[in-house]
Ligand binder design. Structure first.
Ligand code: PLP
Length: 352
């Protein structure tokens, strides 16, 4: 499937078997004598689809997003390696960076990449990997991707980007020179909350083959059934993302003017730090909104929401909210429901 075809056309057709309306599930341990830890035709189709959507050289499917994070980074480091990571990442990535890699003897420098002097100082010493999420989970920190890539490359580091919160429909880090882009495909790529999966894409196909060897060694492969669900989900990625963006914008506007909300964070709001970066680099502001609620009201809010489910995960068709009951901050994954219904649910949950 050629890169010249449009993104939506490729998301529907790329990688798929040509003689069936849906790529079959190869529920087998071997095909034609090949052992299917190395490659399975169903997850290969998912890899080929993602590779063209990211504009990369090779994609590697994994069991979940954390398998992508760990397998990509472990392939790029060796004894003595230094890693520079943004301070806010998905919590288990943070644990990998702040506890697991140091436990194995690696030097991990955790900084605020939004502060140029911190990045410059961190890159004064040689680094092997620079790691961040352009829209970070859970605080929605917004990172200036092209600037970080330029500085990292000047320092000789490879750049690994977790683009879960945006998806390639809204932002393609490969276009800005990223070396590796990965996702928790469990989220927007799947879209329906029915499969865990991860996907890594490399610019350099040889690096991709090295990661395949890492996957064969570590074993975190994607099940063929989940690959099938991913293939189906991605066909509607673009139309889902556009509606996530539309609904999230309406929710952010509603929250920003609500008296019980102290502060609303959404990349589309000019009051959110990094808004200008998002406006100039992405084609949409995403479906994630975060807000600080008046003191003492978070428990009640989380108990009262009905349509918006108080569950972890994100990127599903249905709206989800999670909150730190000790803190006051709620993270919301705005779903695809009727906008008025989502806002009505938030309104009643915020009532005194
Ligand atoms: N990266 C981000 C940004 C995530 O939000 C998550 C999960 O929430 C992960 C990675 C890990 O993905 P998974 O749960 O599929 O292992």
């Amino acid at each position: 499937m050629s890169e010249e075809q449009g993104f939506i056309t490729r998301s529907i057709h790329a990688g798929e078997a040509e003689n069936t309306s849906a790529t079959p599930i190869y529920q087998a341990a071997t095909v034609d004598g090949a052992y299917l830890r190395g490659s399975n035709p169903t997850f290969t189709a998912f890899e080929e689809k993602m590779c063209t959507l990211e504009g990369g050289g090779r994609s590697i499917a994994t069991a979940c997003g954390m398998a992508s994070v760990t397998q990509a980074v472990m392939t790029l480091i060796s004894a003595g390696s230094r890693i520079v990571c943004h301070q806010t990442t998905y919590s288990w990535t943070r644990r990998f960076m702040a506890e697991e890699l140091p436990r194995l003897g690696f030097d991990v420098k955790i900084i605020d990449m939004r502060v140029p002097s911190q990045l410059d100082a961190a890159l004064e010493k040689p680094a092997d990997v620079v790691y961040f999420e352009p829209l970070a989970n859970p605080t929605l920190d917004i990172i200036d991707t092209p600037t970080v890539i330029r500085k990292a490359h000047a320092a000789g580091a490879k750049v690994v980007i977790d683009n879960t919160f945006l998806s390639p429909h809204l932002f393609r880090p490969m276009d800005h020179g990223a070396d590796v882009v990965l996702h928790s495909a469990t989220k927007y790529l799947c879209g329906h909350g029915d499969a865990l999966a991860g996907i890594i894409t490399t610019r350099d196909p040889d690096l991709g083959e090295e990661i395949v060897r890492t996957r064969n060694t570590y074993g975190g492969i994607l099940s063929p059934l989940n690959a099938f669900l991913l293939l189906r989900g991605i066909k509607t990625l673009s139309i889902r993302m556009d509606r996530h963006v539309e609904n999230a914008g309406a929710v952010a506007d509603f929250l920003e003017s609500h008296p019980r909300i102290r502060r609303t964070y959404y990349p589309g709001l000019p009051s959110t730090p990094g808004h200008e970066i998002a406006r100039s680099q992405w084609t949409g502001y995403g479906g994630m909104v975060s807000f600080e609620i008046a003191e003492g009201t978070i428990d009640r809010f989380l108990d009262r929401v009905r349509l918006c489910r108080p569950w972890v995960s994100l990127g599903d068709v249905g709206s989800l909210v999670t909150g730190d009951r000790e803190g006051q901050r709620v993270r919301m994954s705005v779903g695809l429901e009727d906008t008025d219904d989502i806002i009505r649910d938030l309104e009643q949950a915020l009532e005194s």
